[in-house]
Design a protein around this ligand. Structure first.
Ligand code: PLP
Length: 391
């Protein structure tokens, strides 16, 4: 038996363990100090009422013989796919229900989709970015090219000749930079992918944070994207589903490569490997798309966005460069005075007792930057902003 040697090309990511370790040591040495954590990428507000009520009802259905549900369709129940279809209709994006696949969170499908593609493909990944894209491709042994996201391009890189690749990852709103592509920029990527017969894997996990009506919250708002893009979406940050696990993957019927239909390939792959997301969870997800559900999740999203605004205002006053924070829960700030990401981490922890995430953990272009998240309590946000300003 031979093992997959590509696993040994994975780089150990010590980012979050090192952050936790440094915070633990500091707190042990300084038990009287209140440390405020703005480093977490997990939500903190509980599930919305309508979601919980719907899941309770679904759990009850499971206790009666005539309403009990066993295996469901692997692509997800039609009632939920119709709700997602409706959600896209409101963005003026027309999808058929067989183009919508209910997933157990975006992360799994971002990795799983690669099973449809040969390992002999070049992959283009922005730097810095959510680390899963790199890891999934390293494990498969694919060749990776990077495209630089820097202050010079507002952390929104655009394609050029040297970026030719077969598989292109885009993440908008971006983790960690919070930057969001506009229509024209996404159109440039779509045109580039079509010209190069490439595919775009579009991660829209934070689309619900886009408040600016002029910005696209789906790549399918862009002309011809149906011919070259797959979109991954998640209810994790949208509706607090990080522990519940549900999202959706959009694979248009127009994705034809080497005369093969990717939608059909994916459906066949699901039949082989997946038995669908739990009925109870899908009922809860359905409630997210109801009128009440949309109102309730928007209240939570607004709470996080107001948190982000508290930090952004403090940085504005200090004249510190940052991206994000408006249509995203992440603020990506430049470390002051040319500090490295880790130097600034230590400085902020020791002098202000505030914790963030060093940007260098998201790629080489993250060096000298720092990620703050808005997923915390209001009082802590206000206090953290005051401490940063004072420091
Ligand atoms: N995509 C991005 C950009 C993320 O930041 C995350 C989670 O932090 C995910 C996907 C994963 O989301 P899920 O919880 O739906 O797997």
């Amino acid at each position: 038996m031979k093992i997959n040697q590509n696993h040994f090309n994975l780089i150990e990511n010590y980012l979050f363990s090192e952050v936790a370790d440094k915070v633990k040591k500091y707190s042990e040495k300084n038990p009287d100090k209140k440390v405020i954590k703005l480093g977490i990428g997990d939500v903190t507000l509980p599930l919305c009422k309508v979601v919980v009520e719907e899941m309770k009802k679904a759990a009850d259905e499971m206790s009666h013989k005539n309403t009990f549900k066993g295996y469901g369709p692997e692509e997800g129940y039609l009632f939920l796919r119709e709700k997602v279809q409706d959600y896209y209709n409101k963005k003026n994006v027309t999808l058929s229900t067989d183009e919508i696949f209910i997933n157990d969170g975006a992360k799994c499908d971002i990795g799983n989709i690669l099973e449809l593609f040969s390992q002999d493909n070049y992959v283009l990944i922005p730097d810095p970015v959510y680390p899963a894209y790199v890891d999934c491709n390293v494990m498969d042994g694919r060749k990776i090219k990077y495209i630089n996201a820097t202050k010079a391009n507002d952390f929104l890189p655009l394609p050029a000749r040297e970026n030719q690749a077969d598989i292109i990852y885009l993440c908008s709103p971006n983790n960690p930079t919070g930057a969001v592509y506009n229509h024209k920029q996404l159109q440039a990527w779509v045109d580039f992918a079509l010209a190069n017969e490439a595919i775009i894997l579009f991660d829209a996990a934070y689309e619900a944070f886009i408040g600016d009506k002029n910005l696209p919250s789906s790549i399918f708002e862009v002309e011809n994207a149906r011919k070259c893009a797959v979109e991954f979406c998640s209810l994790s940050k949208t509706a607090g589903f990080t522990g519940i696990r549900c999202g959706y993957t959009i694979i248009p019927q127009d994705l034809i490569y080497e005369s093969k239909n990717l939608n059909k390939m994916w459906k066949r792959r699901l039949a082989a490997k997946f038995n669908g997301v739990s009925y109870i969870v899908q009922r809860g997800a359905g409630a997210v798309f109801s009128e009440d559900g949309q109102k309730q999740i928007q209240e939570n999203i607004q709470y996080y966005k107001n948190n982000a605004q508290i930090i952004s205002r403090a940085l504005d006053k200090l004249n510190i460069y940052y991206t994000g924070g408006i249509n995203s829960p992440y603020i990506w700030m430049k470390c002051p005075d040319g500090m490295t990401s880790w130097d600034f981490f230590d400085y902020l922890l020791q002098r202000a007792n505030v914790v963030g995430t060093p940007g260098s953990g998201f790629g080489k272009n993250g060096e000298g930057f720092f990620r703050l998240t808005a997923f915390g309590d209001r009082e802590n946000m206000i206090e953290a902003a005051e401490r940063i300003a004072k420091l």
